[in-house]
Design a binder for this molecule. Structure first.
Ligand SMILES: C[S@@+](CC[C@H](N)C(=O)[O-])C[C@H]1O[C@@H](n2cnc3c(N)ncnc32)[C@H](O)[C@@H]1O
Length: 310
């Protein structure tokens, strides 16, 4: 299917993936499956009178939203879509916009098609542009939680599709942010004052909180996150990407490997709790796995559909 896509839309043609054998193909498989999930939710939504906006948070080069936007050209898509790619790093955003504009120009699409893709270089914690559907692929640590919260509190948002990663960063992310985005030194040099506000508390759902209370157990998010991050990829390279697909040489993992089985269960526990929290806010939710499962060991897919208007 991907060989039919224009090179500007298909991740396997991205020069930044070329040096990593199979990485572009795996990214294409990831965005292919997620785009289908997003289009299913768009189809279930009553035909809207105006254009809808999909917002991909932590988009990097934005292949997920771009594929959803591209597929909206199909006669089967009932929606007129616009897409916004949002990331706090601008470099991937600029390239994505260049690729999209190049495709529009090469295929003589009208100027209105070029303007369908916008970019926003900002943190997901800052006020967001208006959107109707939230998307995220390999959204690190608390970024996934930030997306769910944004979806829940934004009245126009009726659906989300998110594939999380970096579960180990759900706790301890604050210190990474503090390093990346140095803030003004607090007067007493107390490092805890320098924490980024993107700290989210887990468990997210009342159901899990109550269950823990009743059973007298604690929800050890640090342990669950660390176990989710167990190294399951056999790669000869030392370099590792956030989605565990960064190895530059041989890359493989097997879904029967005991470390992977543990990791998958822990990701499942965290994501079930995240989804229960959305269900408690009136969303129909699902926790699913990317197909093919081998496209990434970070293969959780969380989707949601608002059932109660706010
Ligand atoms: C693992 S990368 C995934 C990129 C892309 N979605 C993909 O799958 O190729 C995570 C991206 O999220 C961005 N990011 C992480 N936290 C963010 C935040 N709070 N606000 C905005 N962007 C964030 C990072 O800059 C990075 O580009």
């Amino acid at each position: 299917m991907f060989s039919l896509l224009p090179p500007e839309v298909a991740p396997y043609m991205d020069p930044s993936f070329m040096s990593k054998p199979g990485r572009g193909e795996r990214k294409a498989q990831q965005v292919g499956y997620l785009s289908l999930a997003a289009h299913r939710l768009l189809l279930l939504h009553a035909a809207p009178p105006t254009a809808l906006t999909i917002l991909e948070l932590g988009s990097g080069p934005g292949y997920f939203a771009i594929l959803v936007l591209f597929a909206s050209l199909s006669q089967y898509c009932p929606c007129d879509l616009n897409a916004i790619l949002l990331d706090r790093k601008g470099v991937g955003l600029a390239t994505a916009k260049e690729r999209w504009d190049a495709w529009c120009e090469r295929t003589h699409m009208s100027a209105s098609w070029a303007s369908k893709l916008g970019i926003a270089e900002q943190s997901a914690s800052d006020p967001l542009p208006p959107f109707d559907v939230a998307l995220g692929l390999h959204t690190c640590g608390p970024l996934s939680d930030i997306i769910f919260d944004a979806a829940a509190r934004t009245p126009s948002c009726f659906a989300y599709v998110v594939s999380p990663c970096c579960y180990g960063q759900i706790v301890g992310r604050a210190s990474v942010y503090a390093k990346e985005q140095p803030r003004e030194a607090p007067p007493n040099n107390n490092v805890t004052n320098n924490l980024h506000p993107d700290i989210v508390s887990h468990p997210r759902s009342a159901s899990v909180r109550e269950m823990c209370q009743e059973c007298g157990v604690s929800w050890n998010i640090g342990l669950l996150g660390t176990a989710s991050e167990m190294s399951v990829v056999q790669s000869s390279s030392k370099k590792k990407g956030g989605d565990d697909t960064g190895g530059e040489d041989a890359w493989a993992y097997t879904h029967t490997h005991p470390a992977y089985v543990t990791s998958k269960k822990c990701m499942g526990a965290i994501d079930t709790d995240r989804s229960l929290a959305m269900a408690e806010k009136g969303w129909e939710v699902g926790v699913d796995t990317l197909v093919p499962i081998t496209c990434s060991p970070k293969n959780q897919v969380l989707w949601g559909r608002r059932t109660i208007r706010i």
